[in-house]
Design a protein around this ligand. Structure first.
Ligand code: NAD
Length: 367
C-alpha cells in the first residue's frame, strides 16, 4: 500500500542541514521505489531561526510541525550565541519543539555495526552482536518534577523525581510492544533499593508485564546496569528506564557503535513524532562536507518504521547502511586517522547508501 506523508524538515545549525539533506534524499529514494507520496516542507529552528526570525523556535515552525505527520530535525547550536541567556539560545528552540510535540518515549538504538567494532573503546569481542534499544521516559522524573529550586540564601538546592503510575505505564507499554517485535526481552532499570519513585516504577512495570507473557522482564538497579552495559552489552534487548537514568545510560551505550555520528533517535507518543540524530551541530566540522550522515540516515529509517509503518523499507535502509560500512565507506570520524582508509565526504557516503537502496527490487514491484 502506498503511503502519504507530510514531513517537516528542521535542518537547524552547523552540520544539521548537511546530514539532514542526506536523510531527505534517502527518503526520496524510498518514496520513488515504493510509489509513496512523501511531501517535504522546511522551516527554521535554532541559530538560523534567531537570525532570520528573531526566535530559536518561530511560531510558523511550531504550526508547521503540528500540521505535519513527522518532524525530522538535524541539530541546533552555534558558538555565535554563547553570550545569550539559555532561554534565548538556539538550544532553547530544541527544548521547546520537544515540549510542543509532547513525545514521552525516547527511543535510542545502540547497535554494534559489523566493521566498526574496532572503533569502540571496548574490546571487539565484547561489543560484537550488541543490539540494544533504549526506551527512555522523556517528560517526567527529575527533569520536570516539582518542587525544584536553588535557595541561594540557605545554600541549598533540590529537584524532585516524581512519576505517576500512568506515566510509567504508558512508556512501559511502548517498551513491551517494541520487545515483541525484537528478541522479547525488557530490562527495566531503576533504583528501587533506595528510591520510593523507583518502587512505584518497578511495581507498575511488573504489573503491566502480566499483559505480555511472551516478553521476558528483568529488573536491574541503575548502578549495576552501568557496569553490565560495558561488560556484557549483548545481553540486553529493550532497556526501559526513566528520564535521568536513560539520559546517562543511553550515552554510555553509545560507545558500542563506535561514533556519535552513527546514533539515531525517535521520540514517540506525542502529537507528532520527532526524529533526530543524537549528535549536535558539531561547529568544529560544519561546512566542510565531512560530517557522518549515517546517524541522520538511520533516523530517517526510524521515521519510516514508526511514522509511515514501512517496516520493510526501514529495514532496507538499515541494511544499506550495513552494506556501505562493510564496503569500507568511511567519513573521517569512522576512519579515526587511519591513513590506509579512504575518507569519503558526507555526500559520498549518503550517495553510497542510496545506490545500495536503488539496486534493490522496488518494494511495490516485488509484491
Ligand atoms: P556535538 O555532538 O556537536 O559534537 C561532539 C563531537 O563529535 C565533535 O568533535 C564533532 O565534530 C563530532 N561529531 C558530532 N556529530 C558528528 C557527525 N555526524 N560526524 C562526525 N563527527 C561528529 O556536541 P558538542 O560539540 O558538545 O556541541 C556542539 C553544539 O551542538 C552546541 O551548541 C550544543 O549545545 C549543540 N548540541 C545540539 C544537540 C541537538 O541539536 N540535538 C545535541 C548535542 C549538542
Amino acid at each position: 500500500m502506498t503511503k502519504k506523508l507530510k514531513i517537516l524538515i528542521l535542518g537547524g545549525d552547523g552540520i544539521g542541514p548537511e546530514v539532514t539533506a542526506e536523510a531527505v534524499q534517502t527518503l526520496r529514494v524510498v518514496a520513488d521505489l515504493g510509489g509513496h507520496d512523501f511531501r517535504f516542507e522546511e522551516k527554521p529552528i535554532g541559530g538560523v531561526a534567531i537570525k532570520a526570525k528573531g526566535s530559536p523556535l518561530p511560531d510558523e515552525t511550531i504550526q508547521a510541525a503540528l500540521g505535519s505527520d513527522a518532524v525530522l530535525l538535524g541539530a541546533v547550536g552555534s558558538n555565535e550565541f554563547n553570550a545569550l541567556p539559555p532561554s534565548q539560545r538556539p538550544e532553547a528552540g530544541l527544548l521547546k519543539i520537544r515540549a510542543e510535540l509532547g513525545g514521552f518515549a525516547n527511543l535510542r538504538p545502540s547497535f554494534a555495526w559489523p566493521g566498526l567494532t574496532g572503533n569502540s573503546p571496548l574490546r571487539p569481542e565484547v561489543v560484537e552482536g550488541a543490539d540494544i534499544l533504549f526506551v527512555r521516559e522523556l517528560l517526567g522524573g527529575l527533569y520536570f518534577g516539582r518542587p525544584r529550586e536553588w535557595d541561594k540564601d540557605n545554600n541549598a538546592a533540590w529537584n524532585t523525581m516524581r512519576y505517576t503510575r500512568d506515566e510509567v505505564t504508558r512508556v512501559a507499554r511502548v517498551a513491551f510492544e517494541l520487545a515483541r517485535k525484537r528478541r522479547k526481552r525488557v530490562t527495566s532499570v531503576d533504583k528501587a533499593n533506595v528510591l520510593e519513585v523507583s518502587q512505584l516504577w518497578r511495581a507498575t512495570v511488573t504489573e503491566l508485564a502480566q499483559q505480555y507473557p511472551d516478553v521476558q522482564l528483568e529488573h536491574q538497579y541503575v548502578d549495576a546496569m552501568a557496569m553490565h552495559l560495558m561488560n556484557v552489552p549483548k545481553n540486553f534487548d529493550v532497556v526501559l528506564t526513566e528520564n535521568l537514568f536513560g539520559d546517562i545510560l543511553s550515552d554510555e551505550a553509545g560507545v558500542i557503535t563506535g561514533s556519535l555520528g552513527m546514533l539515531p533517535s525517535a521520540t514517540l507518543g506525542g502529537k507528532v513524532n520527532l526524529y533526530e540524530p543524537v549528535h549536535g551541530s558539531a561547529p568544529d566540522i560544519a561546512g566542510k562536507g565531512i560530517a557522518n550522515p549515517l546517524g541522520a540516515v538511520l533516523t530517517a529509517a526510524m521515521l519510516l518504521r514508526y511514522s509511515a509503518g514501512l517496516e520493510e523499507e526501514a529495514a532496507a535502509v538499515e541494511a544499506a547502511v550495513k552494506q556501505v560500512i562493510a564496503d569500507g565507506a568511511r567519513t573521517a570520524d569512522l576512519a579515526r586517522g587511519d591513513k590506509s582508509v579512504k575518507v569519503l565526504s558526507t555526500q559520498e557516503v549518503g550517495g553510497q547508501v542510496r545506490n545500495v537502496l536503488a539496486a534493490r527490487t522496488p518494494a511495490h514491484a516485488a509484491r
